[in-house]
Design a protein. Structure first.
Ligand code: SF4
Length: 290
């Protein structure tokens, strides 16, 4: 989306392609809204979406983020978020009488299924990702023998033998994944399988944000400060040498940030709903028109 600010000198505001809520998060939000519309209390272990404003909006409808199943009493729905959940936790929720709505993103489900299949086929599974990320914890819940590596150095330290398979967290860095894969094939191993399970929407979003950052005067990256994919977008834009601001909502954009800027770029993480993108565009437009 490109827009004219309406002010003198044809200032522009452009939103990077693919910005905002991805297919998997949108699907989870729709499932949550549907359950809430049926009047059922809906609980989620950890934030459904890494965006405080969207979490607050859902909370007003009866959606609750919990840290433990012990916080839940009475009949209710447990929504499994797009990151997925460990099967033992899902089983425990079921045994407590909770209704499970599984909103695991199909692309994350693929990594879970693949990891189990590879493990059962006798491969030592290496999972490229962040060991503390909920998606990775859920994948390891399905395939407990999978070894998590965060980068090439960690992969190099692995003592490997036999058949090895490499998969990745859906939001892992494609560059680092390629480095790990390239290093693995230099090892003296009888068989190596590399399955690129990185989400194409994430790759495309990063590529579009970096491309836009290369031709504007200032970038605003929208999304929760606790959102890993938004932080990554901010890093990529800043690496293009353009002044980059990570903002969660429109009120954080200031006239000072826009001083002497004519071309404004916007990118948004996978957890940023369209209404926040629209509000930030409106805020920038009004500040530039003053
Ligand atoms: S970023 Fe990709 S893998 Fe993750 S929830 Fe969105 S669509 Fe699914």
């Amino acid at each position: 989306m490109t827009g004219d600010s309406g002010g003198p000198g044809s200032a522009t505001i452009e939103v990077a392609r693919g910005s905002g809520v991805c297919f998997g998060v949108r699907r989870a939000l729709e499932m949550a809204e549907k359950a809430l519309a049926e009047g059922r209390p809906v609980y989620c272990l950890g934030p459904l979406i890494h965006n405080p404003q969207e979490v607050s909006r859902l909370a007003a409808k009866g959606f609750r983020v919990i840290e433990s199943l012990d916080e839940v009493q009475g009949e209710c729905v447990l929504l499994v978020r797009s990151h997925g959940l460990q099967p033992d936790i899902v089983a425990e929720a079921g045994s407590r009488g909770m209704t499970i709505i599984d909103a695991t993103c199909p692309l994350v489900r693929r990594v879970q299924t693949l990891s189990v299949e590879l493990q059962e086929a006798g491969y030592a599974v290496i999972l490229a990702g962040d060991a503390g990320h909920p998606e990775v914890r859920a994948i390891r819940g399905h395939a407990p023998a999978a070894v998590v590596v965060g980068d090439l150095d960690a992969a190099r330290r692995l003592d490997l033998a036999g058949r090895v398979a490499l998969v990745s967290q859906t939001t892992f860095s494609p560059e680092e994944f390629r480095r790990i894969a390239a290093d693995l094939v230099t090892r003296d191993l009888p068989e190596i399988r590399v399955v690129n399970t990185i989400c194409a929407a994430t790759v495309e979003r990063q590529r579009a944000a970096a491309e836009l950052a290369g031709r504007v005067d200032v970038m605003f990256v929208l999304g929760g400060r606790n959102s890993a994919n938004t932080n990554r977008l901010t890093e990529l834009c800043a690496a293009r040498g353009v002044t980059t601001y990570h903002v969660e909502h429109a009120d954080e954009v200031t006239a000072e940030q826009l001083r002497c800027r004519r071309r404004v770029g916007i990118a948004a993480g996978a957890s940023t709903p369209q209404w926040i993108i629209a509000a930030v565009c409106e805020r920038i437009r009004s500040l530039m028109n003053r």
